[in-house]
Ligand binder design. Sequence first.
Ligand code: SF4
Length: 225
Amino acid sequence: MNEKKFTIGYWDSIFNHFSSTLKSLGTNLPSVSEIASSSRDPFRVLISTIISLRTKDAVTLEASTRLFSQADTPSSILSLKSEEIQNLIYPAGFYRTKAKNILSVSRILIEQYDGKVPSKRELLLALPGVGVKTANLTLNLGFGIDAICVDTHVHRISNRCGWIKTKTPEESEKALEQIMPRKYWIPLNEMLVSYGQQLCTPVSPHCSKCPIQGDCPKIGVTKTR
Ligand code: SF4
């Protein structure tokens, strides 16, 4: 990794290239961002991120919208039975476990946090079903707090581009914090999730359509389109 190249100008150009490519494809925001853009409510962001784990974006958006049409606060969630939540969020992956976690999270928020989502990462991580990705995305989109949210797309693309050399999303988060200006910490996830779904796909990325293909080392990529 050549750290010298990671100037502010370098990141400006990456973000400009990727976002104009996505715009030209008419790409929608990822589901949780879509939900956050209509209301910056940390509770909605937290719950829809829990629903989004191992679930396609379109399913997450529909499942979250169905749930929030019935209940969108911790107390209204507690008025639902687990089976009702399951039905509302189905076919999200692991919908039974998620329904249980959504109920437990709502109960803890009421009992310990006056019905509000805490804005501290360690408190979020202590909630059932909340891992690093969910905690960081809630801080990002719910509270506007800088945090790099690393999911599978962010981890994969950052390593492919040679920005970092890491084995796990947790390592990637730390490594990206070292080389990326803070102003990009929040938008990084949103942009790379869309980029990873549309262009830099897990298998056979669309490098021929990518504006940085001449500069990208494509580390670990064996087949491209
Ligand atoms: S050139 Fe290919 S591997 Fe590199 S970022 Fe673009 S799509 Fe991904």
